[in-house]
Design a protein around this ligand. Structure first.
Ligand SMILES: [Mn+2]
Length: 369
């Protein structure tokens, strides 16, 4: 049965204005628009869809993800909502820590000894944070093609490692990275992490569309690890087994968790981290951007400090150069271009069994003039 927009709105407890907005956003189109009067009509079959959209908006889910949920089978949709909510909780945790820090910081503001607090990030206020960076991607010694793709700019850096047969097309990793690149020119107003997550949603759609565009592309996909700087905050998104590391005060910390079957075995205590490093199935991914299930993307916010050095790499580097080898290069080689070159060279010296891609980004504080 056909319903007028008013009747449909009442049935789903939304305003006609909200329904017009959903139409504009591509979330829910009327079943029919009268060509003469412009009146919109809906069908009863659309009631459930409308309620779902409304609930997802109440959750605060970004539009691209709502579209994905609506287009998915129920079980995939459930997994997507669960993954979205896990991200929200992680973000809330980060924000809680930041709020606690701010309360402490601002409480100390009236103290005459506040100059002693200069070691904290906020006391670096009159400085602007910029990045010095370099990127290199190399075939390695044994692969015919380079399926890695990377980008480094003033705000954005990203590494992606594509897989599957893509014929003559650019590697799928390129689709993912290109979808993020507009963020390097301008970050839309709003929450930094949400902005980056939305862009990853776009990247995922680009990869999915490509993977489904031709049966020959079945099984193609990519990892994606990316960071976006705004002010003193770096947002991080990560899916797959490329990695991000932070060198701070001389020690190297991995800040991403591999989405691999073997890492799951480590997490559940079935094998040790050492066994994982040489496990024959170590490159089998548990999450990636591809034509199938929606990926559970990890994300987080980092407060940067002047002197921090971030490094992103594909598994062609981390698979053959142990953390201590990376740390020693990152600590001793000052210029990012040279550090990147040395790391790629190290991986090639160890056989270069895979494509090798590496980004190094140094956090530099520039005094405001
Ligand atoms: Mn690889």
């Amino acid at each position: 049965m056909e319903l007028t927009i008013g009747a449909f709105a009442r049935a789903v407890r939304l305003s006609p204005k909200a329904l017009r907005l959903y139409d504009e956003l591509g979330l829910l189109h009327p079943a029919r628009v009268d060509p003469h009067s412009g009146y919109r009509y809906y069908t009863e079959n659309q009631l459930e869809h409308a309620r779902l959209v409304s609930w997802l908006r109440r959750l605060g889910m970004p539009l691209t993800r709502i579209r994905t949920v609506c287009a998915s089978q129920a079980s995939d949709a459930a997994a997507e909502v669960a993954s979205y909510w896990a991200e929200v909780e992680r973000l809330t945790d980060e924000q809680r820590r930041l709020a606690t820090f701010l309360v402490e910081h601002l409480s100390g503001k009236d103290c005459p000894d506040r100059d002693e607090r200069k070691g904290t990030e906020m006391a670096d206020g009159p400085n602007t944070i910029t990045l010095r960076y370099a990127v290199q991607s190399d075939h390695g010694r044994t692969r015919e093609y380079n399926q890695d793709w990377a980008y480094a700019g003033d705000r954005l850096f990203a590494v992606a490692d594509g897989f599957g047969d893509h014929g003559d097309a650019d590697p799928v990793s390129a689709l993912a990275v290109e979808a993020l690149k507009p963020l390097d020119d301008a970050i839309p107003a709003g929450d930094l992490l949400n902005t980056l997550q939305n862009a990853v949603g776009d990247a995922e759609i680009a990869v999915r569309d490509f993977a489904r565009s031709d049966p020959a592309y079945e099984g193609v996909g990519t990892t994606l690890t990316a960071m976006l700087l705004s002010g003193s905050q770096l947002a991080l998104v990560h899916v797959g087994d490329s990695r991000a590391y932070l060198l701070r005060d001389g020690s190297l910390t991995r800040i991403t968790h591999d989405h691999t079957v073997v890492q799951r075995m480590v997490d559940s205590g079935q094998i040790t981290a050492d066994e994982a490093a040489s496990h024959p199935q170590r490159s089998i991914l548990s999450q990636a951007l591809h034509g199938g299930e929606i990926a559970a993307v990890d994300s987080g916010l980092h407060e940067v400090r002047a002197g921090d050095r971030y490094m992103l790499c594909s598994d062609g580097l981390s698979g053959v150069v142990e953390p201590e080898g990376m740390r020693s290069v990152l600590k001793s080689v000052d210029v990012p271009e040279k550090a990147v070159r040395r790391l790629v060279q190290l991986a090639n010296e160890r056989g270069g069994p895979d494509n090798i891609t590496c980004v190094v980004a140094d956090v530099v504080a520039k005094p405001v003039e």
